[in-house]
Design a protein around this ligand. Structure first.
Ligand code: WTA
Length: 668
């Protein structure tokens, strides 16, 4: 989620096997603190009971919390694996996030406290946001964007980013936000796949005191993305860092100039519940990222409802801060759509947690009186490493609730978070979900659930989750595969342009079930413990990186013959990318070459995918049928004893690799 992991490598330990052991020993229990319960929205099992009695009816009740221009005729149409929610209903997401609050007299409520990394601050009310969104919706239309089109967004964490998203939603265009840390190649591929007509960006963004030249990346990407006709550029970093890339006449436009000329009002389009709200690309088990499709009515229902109940939202007094980047799904659902639909006041912070010092987050919490903090375990583990003196410098007593997302949170990190950030008085909600699920699926309800450190506890009301064995039989106690047993409103509607891949990827492994790609365990009390991915997707600092994508970037380098990539355990980042590389004959193995390959991957995909280590080997371990045995490489990378190697074509190869890895480890 945060990408601080890039700068904090090292460490070992905490692999899945050991985690399972540790979980068995986890006996600590945390009831909702009485002071929290007294004020909580939900303090009993009524929501669960309501949902168990009639789960479709439960979601209908949640949907009724939104404004609909026309009611739905049918709550759910389910033709496995294709779902439609609130069929026939008409609504608009930007109307629900903005107009209805302003109409209810809440125009002066703060939607975002924005803080830029250099320290600049802006306070944006719901009325401000509505005004900007209307203008920008008109800007998009003036550039030819129509209902049903796609708009690319590649921006830093500045208020213009949610404005651009909501403006798309207002006119029925789908956005495709690409995380600002992605490379020009990654941006190009996503723009082409979505056939985006307009791209919204900024000249640059601030990161640890330096300018990230987003517009330069855009220029590089667009040389091979002819679908993009116009680029709108927010002036953020201006003349700093060498100044902005030159504007291309006819194609590039300054945001502030277009906004100044735009008409101030734009009605929200009456959209069908199933109209495309956005695409968000995520890594899967192949090299090609998937454009995950989310639609309007069901998605907004899911994120608004879960945001309210999981974070026990009291919009009139809470200050909520999700410290993710809007470029990932967590930001889409829990910085933009969920909080705004609920009329919440949020913090939006542009930069890194250690600029100018390692207490930046805690100073933000103190300044705005943040009540709710939602972040990733990798950030928590980094803060643990930095030491409790940094949070100790600040008054964090405004905090009431803490959340975690993106990867399994180990009990030690959970405890540290609860104690040093939450002062022992805040419930900690560990929330499991995915880009594909749209919103939170498994999580405690903070006024109801007794928590165990490291467990995401139970499926939320209305959600069906079950752990199954290899044959798809439900597992009452013990480990297996996490599956979802029924449709839910925020579920992905498919993979853009590839319905077959959607069916194959998510619905073919276990009949009638959505398979999430995660392993999980059910304990004696029925609590769910997430154990990480069981497929070829790595989880680096809460970011999904596909082994196939990194391999394909490596073999794209002229010196590389073959590559195998695994996620090795890493105490701070969860997993770290380790690449085993065979060079073409005559190519030299050297530290510089390793560095060059790491840089090559970063340039092709983005810094988050940069391998932590490149290990050169003359051969990769393969089965007799020629399949690379990644399991063995993972064992090597994790420093584990090797299991059965008898199926290898040449067992000596893996011994050789192990020696190489050991030599590397002692050099470090
Ligand atoms: C992992 C992020 C354990 C999981 C919202 C999932 C988690 C992937 C948790 C989705 C959690 C997310 N405990 N693992 N609380 N939350 N994950 O699509 O492996 O970026 O499949 O969505 O992150 O990552 P994505």
């Amino acid at each position: 989620m945060t990408d601080i992991a890039e700068e904090t490598p090292e460490q070992a330990g905490g692999e899945t096997g050991a985690a399972i052991e540790a979980l068995y020993l986890e006996e600590r229990r945390f009831d909702p603190p009485p002071s929290f319960r007294e004020q909580a929205l939900v303090t009993d099992r009524s929501l669960y009971e309501q949902a168990e009695a009639d789960w479709v009816g439960f979601w209908e009740a949640q949907a009724r919390e939104l404004d609909w221009f026309e009611p739905w005729e049918k709550a759910l149409e389910w033709e496995l694996p294709f779902a439609k929610w609130f069929v026939g209903g008409k609504l608009n997401v930007s109307h629900n996030c903005l107009d209805r609050h302003v109409a209810a007299g809440l125009g002066s409520r703060i939607a975002y406290y924005f803080e830029g990394e250099p320290g600049d601050r802006r306070t944006i009310t719901y009325a401000d946001l509505l005004a900007d969104v209307q203008r920008f919706a008109n800007v998009l239309q003036s550039l030819g964007v129509r209902r049903g089109d796609r708009v690319g967004i590649y921006m830093p964490m500045i208020p213009e980013l949610p404005v651009a998203m909501l403006a798309c939603a207002r006119i029925g265009a789908a956005h495709s936000v690409v995380f600002g840390g992605f490379s020009p190649d990654a941006l190009r591929d996503r723009m082409n796949d979505a056939e985006a007509r307009v791209l919204v960006t900024a000249d640059g963004g601030w990161r640890r005191g330096s300018v990230v030249h987003l517009k330069g990346n855009v220029d590089a990407a667009l040389t091979e993305a002819p679908c993009v006709e116009h680029v709108v550029v927010v002036r953020r970093t201006g003349d700093e860092g060498g100044g902005p890339a030159p504007m291309v006449p006819g194609r590039d436009h300054w945001w502030h100039e277009l906004m100044a000329a735009a008409e101030p009002s734009c009605d929200a389009a009456h959209l069908d519940s199933e109209e495309l709200l956005y695409l968000l690309y995520t890594s899967g088990t192949t090299a090609k990222p998937k454009g995950i499709m989310h639609t309007t009515g069901g998605y907004l229902t899911h994120v608004a409802s879960t945001h309210r109940y999981v974070f026990d939202l009291h919009p009139e007094r809470d200050v909520y801060w999700c410290a993710a980047d809007i470029g990932w799904v967590t930001g889409h659902s829990y910085i933009v759509y969920g909080p705004l639909a609920n009329g919440a006041t949020s913090v939006l912070y542009e930069g890194t947690p250690d600029f100018p010092d390692k207490d930046r987050w805690w100073s933000i919490i103190e300044r705005y009186g943040v009540t709710t903090l939602y972040c990733a375990p990798t950030a928590i583990r980094t803060f643990m490493k930095w030491g409790s003196e940094y949070p100790g410098r600040h008054d964090l007593s405004s905090l009431k609730l803490l959340g975690s997302v993106g990867e399994p949170i180990n009990p030690e990190a959970w405890m540290w978070y609860q104690e040093h950030i939450g002062g022992g008085r805040c419930p900690v909600v560990d929330t499991w979900w995915q880009t594909e699920t749209g919103g939170i699926m498994i999580s405690p309800l903070p006024g109801v659930t007794t928590c165990k450190p490291g467990s995401a506890t139970f499926a939320l009301p209305g959600i069906g989750a079950e752990v199954v064995d290899d044959a798809g039989r439900p597992v009452e106690r013990g480990g297996g595969y996490l599956t979802l047993t029924r449709p839910w409103p925020g579920m992905l509607r498919g993979i853009y342009g590839d319905p077959e891949r959607y069916r194959d990827t998510y619905w073919s492994r276990f009949e009638g079930r959505y398979f999430a790609g995660d392993g999980a365990k059910v304990d004696d009390d029925g609590y769910l413990w997430l154990l990480g991915r069981v497929d070829d997707v790595m989880n680096v600092s809460g970011h999904r990186v596909s082994t196939a994508e990194v391999e394909s970037a490596l073999v794209d380098h002229p010196a590389v013959a073959e590559a195998a990539v695994v996620g090795a355990r890493d105490d701070t980042t969860g997993q770290a990318v380790v690449a085993f590389v065979t060079l073409k004959s005559g190519e030299e193995k050297s530290t510089e070459r390793g560095e060059a390959l790491r840089g090559h991957v970063a340039a092709r995909i983005g810094p988050i995918a940069r391998p932590k280590a490149v290990i050169f080997t003359d051969e990769l371990p393969k089965t007799r049928s020629g399949k690379i045995m990644r399991r063995l490489l993972k064992d090597v990378a994790d420093g584990r004893d090797l299991g059965d190697t008898t199926t290898l074509a040449d067992p000596a190869v893996v011994e050789e690799i192990r020696k190489l890895a050991e030599t590397r480890a002692t050099e470090e």
